[in-house]
Design a protein around this ligand. Structure first.
Ligand SMILES: [Zn+2]
Length: 499
């Protein structure tokens, strides 16, 4: 009789460690051997819940869909390793049912052609979900109870406080608390956040992590409820990872927040906190009005010199006058304005579409000679690793240079020239990594044809009468950001980072 061929699928779940995965692997191999199955093994690196962010599983999914009798069973440790996401589970189940694939766990085998098993599987998925929710609930209840008792439960305490390990409370660090009060007073006087950050940096002050102050760090400080003694839980939901692997972070309505007053010692009075936060809120509204209407490039442009996002301004009259404004970023130490100039949206947009056409052709070229790429992939990954190590070294040196400037060992000019040297090296390495990652993505992508179809759609759209908003949405579906560099009389340079 021919052996039953199965696939062992390993995936880290929340809270699993490397050795857990090793244990699972051993158990599952033993299971296959005891039953006399022939098997293949694959493991997912990430622990994301949704299929589209689990590349290995997506591949298996496609393989099963496209290759008849690829496997007769999938061997997993628990049913919930497949997915906790109801919609995904539904998809997976349908796929398994249509291809006559059983799900084999050490405890039970699920055959979806059998109705009772189907029900069982649903229940298992449901139970897994329920357990996860319960864990989250307990965590939340614990945090609220802690806050009510004045306990600090959120990890590193905010700047200006010291964590008292013995009774888990916060104590005011008077030296730093003075800085916090200074920041609040300055905002109350109407000072810009940039200038506050700059003056702190000039005085040699650093954040709790030893970094230079930035206007965003100042903003975060001024809006933190902790400084008026209040504990706020549940401002956001989702975990907001950068790579969109999890539910995106989302602000909850303030009515849903859990607020505990007088949970911690106050650094500023409630009155001062309220005044400052009203000021910040008003400023934000002014800002919002000016960027209310979208241009095709809104939210996509970053400064090629300093990396900050650049403001794209919609013109009142016609779209030919939309402009990308000159970079507004100020250097954290010198407070000098970035030298990157602005330009009209339409100029950049034309270049962007040229690049999209080139990118499309690159993809087609790639498809033509897609074979024998494994060696190349390996080499790329190795090079990225080396570059990352280099960057770490350069960053350390850069920090030492900044320290020496603080200590008065370097003059400002010396400091700037040394800093630029190391920042330059970091930048070169980062650029190379970016290139390599682009190639990696290209080489790994299984859905290049789909991508080409999308690009074709976008190229076509340029000639059609789409609204700015629609073009913006299309561009954002394929582009992460566009780096724009235009200094003095040098020609404009743009670099597009495709998703
Ligand atoms: Zn800039």
């Amino acid at each position: 009789m021919e052996k039953i061929h199965v696939l062992i699928y390993l995936r880290k779940s929340r809270g699993d460690e490397e050795k857990d995965l090793e244990n699972h692997k051993r158990t599952l191999i033993e299971l296959c051997e005891s039953k006399g199955y022939s098997y293949e093994i694959c493991s997912e690196v990430g622990s994301s819940d949704s299929i589209e962010f689990r590349p290995v599983f997506s591949e298996i999914y496609d393989e099963i869909k496209n290759r008849e009798n690829a496997y007769e069973g999938i061997v997993i440790h628990d049913y919930d390793r497949l997915s906790r996401n109801g919609k995904d589970l539904e998809l997976i189940k349908e796929l398994f049912l249509n291809n006559n694939i059983k799900v084999i766990t050490p405890y039970k085998t699920y055959d979806f052609t059998n109705e009772a098993d189907d029900l069982n599987a649903d229940l298992m998925g449901f139970v897994a979900k329920l357990e996860f929710k319960q864990i989250k609930k307990r965590l939340k209840a614990g945090k609220i109870a802690g806050a009510k008792a004045g306990k600090w439960v959120n990890g590193t305490p905010p700047y200006g406080y010291i964590y008292n390990r013995a009774d888990k409370t916060l104590i005011i660090d008077e030296d730093k608390a003075r800085i916090v009060r200074y920041v609040f007073e300055e905002i109350k006087k109407g000072e810009a956040l940039y200038n506050i950050a700059h003056s702190l940096n000039c005085r040699g002050e650093r954040t709790s992590k030893g970094k230079l102050w930035s206007h965003t760090a100042i903003y975060r400080m001024a809006t933190s409820h902790t400084y008026k003694g209040t504990y706020v839980y549940g401002k956001t939901k989702g975990s907001g990872h950068k790579n969109r692997k999890t539910t995106p972070i989302e602000r909850k309505d303030s009515k849903e927040w859990i607020v505990v007053e007088n949970a911690f010692p106050r650094i500023v009075t409630v009155e001062l906190w309220e005044v400052v936060n009203q000021i910040l809120k008003d400023r934000k509204l002014v800002g919002k009005k000016t960027v209310a209407s979208l241009t095709p490039l809104s939210g996509l442009i970053r400064c090629g010199v300093c990396g900050s996002s650049m403001v794209v301004q919609k013109a009142r009259k016609n779209k030919w006058s939309d402009t990308i404004k000159k970079c507004q970023h100020r250097d954290l130490v010198t407070n000098e304005l970035c030298k990157n100039r602005g330009i009209s949206v339409i100029t950049v947009l034309n270049l962007v579409f040229d690049d999209i056409k080139n990118y499309r052709n690159e993809l087609i070229e790639y498809l033509k000679n897609a074979e024998g790429k494994d060696k190349e992939l390996e080499a790329i990954i190795k090079e990225i690793e080396t570059l990352n190590k280099d960057i770490e070294r350069y960053t350390d040196t850069l920090e030492r240079v900044t320290d020496s400037f603080d200590e008065g060992i370097y003059t400002k000019d010396e400091y700037i020239s040394r800093r630029n040297k190391w920042m330059g090296r970091i930048e070169v390495s980062e650029e190379r990594i970016e290139q390599l990652e682009k190639r990696l993505k290209l080489a790994e992508s299984v859905q290049i044809e789909d991508k080409i179809a999308v690009l074709d759609g976008i190229i076509e759209s340029y000639n059609n009468n789409l609204s700015d908003k629609e073009i913006n949405r299309l561009l954002k579906s394929i582009i992460k950001d566009i780096r724009l560099t235009r200094i003095g009389d040098e020609p404009l340079k743009i670099e597009i980072n495709f998703l």
